[in-house]
Design a protein around this ligand. Structure first.
Ligand code: TTP
Ligand code: MG
Length: 389
């Protein structure tokens, strides 16, 4: 299974929440937006869209097109609460989530092949979970990259599930209007038309030099997208994600070597989880609690992304050794954050590749025989000193 990106977008989000919470509105045209003299439509239920009502239209116009609709002002707090639940469901499908708005996100599901038989099976399950748990309908697009996934989720709305297969990237979008390309808007659209380029397929086939001459760097980027090529990674929101492990000791620990050995053991668990999720991290945080219950955390943000046990441990160890006091400790923890997908990153340079191979091998063994079986040199040789504390 190569890289698979899923884009989820709720159908008629605000209006659907209203219909769900007020069953008497179900099946009726519902228009949500500003109801004052200059009010604008936030969204309309699909029943209202049949009359030509759409987002950003003036409410005045909407009333003219569909006077029989139910008109409602937005209840943003409620939609935010629902949005929170939706994103929680997303998180149960992949740790690699890039939220775009209240009702929309990218999920990188490339690393999920152990849990689901296929990307489509995951997409179906995601839609079903949203329906059963929240009584709402989502449309999903599944594709080799973000650009295509977003286009795909829009292709079969409402209640859509559209896959763009590997090898069909360019063909799947060739018939669409050029304004579906990210970055093509009011300025570029007339220029493209002037060049005789109306569909995405036209741009894909166009003379690259001509596009560059007219649009600069964007001309080339636009053509790449038109050919279905998009290498942008799913960027996980920093605050939302961290992976950590901590231990509270029955007695206070003093022995530095024993503490570092335990830190390594915790790091191995964190590194394992990180790699299982197909992630790398740019920030390492060490957590210490003293017998007085004073808790300190020390973090370091790195210029590069790491995912190997040794690399995480080295940062954790340095943070520990830099602590001003050498006091007994009651709790020890390590976590990583600023997480990024490693599927799109050339994470390891030549020198690193050996270490990375070792991680791959030990991870494979852990997967086969359980996580406990594979312990590295440090843990075995230091078992003695662990008990000295
Ligand atoms: P969208 O996902 O663009 O629209 P939608 O969910 O209502 O309909 P669909 O995806 O099925 O086409 O936006 C999500 C919500 O954001 C939408 O329900 C209301 C709000 N919104 C506005 O307030 N103003 C706008 O101009 C748009 C486009 C959306
Ligand atoms: Mg939507």
């Amino acid at each position: 299974m190569g890289r698979w990106i899923l884009h989820v977008d709720m159908d008629a989000f605000f209006a659907s929440v209203e219909q769900r919470d007020h069953p008497e509105y179900a099946g009726k045209p519902v228009i949500v937006g500003g109801l004052g003299a200059r009010g604008v439509v936030s969204t309309a239920s699909y029943e209202a869209r049949r009359f030509g009502v759409h987002s950003a239209m003036s409410m005045h116009e909407a009333r003219r097109l569909c006077p029989q609709a139910v008109f409602l002002v937005p209840d943003i707090h409620r939609y935010q609460a629902v949005s929170h639940s939706i994103h929680e469901i997303f998180r149960s499908f992949s740790p690699l989530i890039e939220p775009l708005s209240l009702d929309e996100a990218f999920l990188d599901i490339s690393g999920m092949q152990l849990l689901f038989t296929s990307p489509v099976a995951l997409a179906k399950q995601l839609k079903a979970t949203i329906r059963t748990e929240l009584n709402l309908v989502a449309s999903v697009g599944l594709a080799p990259n973000k650009f295509l996934a977003k286009i795909a989720s829009d292709m079969r709305k409402p209640d859509g599930l559209q896959v763009i297969e590997y090898g069909k990237e360019a063909a799947a979008i060739a018939h669409l209007s050029v304004d579906k390309i990210w970055g093509v808007g009011k300025v570029t659209l007339p220029q493209l038309r002037q060049l005789g380029l109306f569909t995405i397929g036209d741009v894909a086939k166009a003379d690259t030099a001509l596009l560059e001459q007219t649009f600069g760097v964007f001309g080339r980027e636009m053509q790449q997208l038109a050919r279905g090529i998009d290498t942008r990674p799913v960027v996980v929101q920093q605050a939302a994600q961290s992976i950590g492990r901590e231990t509270t000791f029955e007695q206070d620990w003093v022995d530095e070597e024993a503490i570092l050995t335990h830190l390594f053991a915790l790091t191995e668990q964190v590194g394992w989880k990180l790699r299982q999720a197909g992630l790398g991290a740019r920030r390492v945080t060490l957590k210490i609690r003293y017998p007085s219950f004073e808790t300190v955390t020390r973090s370091k943000t790195l210029p590069q992304v790491i995912s190997l046990d040794d690399d995480i441990f080295q940062v954790g160890q340095a943070l520990f050794l830099a602590l001003p006091q050498r006091e007994p400790i009651r709790l020890l923890g390590i976590s990583v954050s600023h997480l990024l997908s490693t599927n799109q990153l050339s994470l390891f340079d030549e020198a690193e590749s050996k270490k990375s191979k070792l991680s791959v091998v030990t991870d494979e063994l852990k997967r086969k025989f359980g996580q406990k079986i594979v312990t590295r040199g440090r843990m075995v040789t230091n078992k003695e000193s662990r008990h000295k504390s």
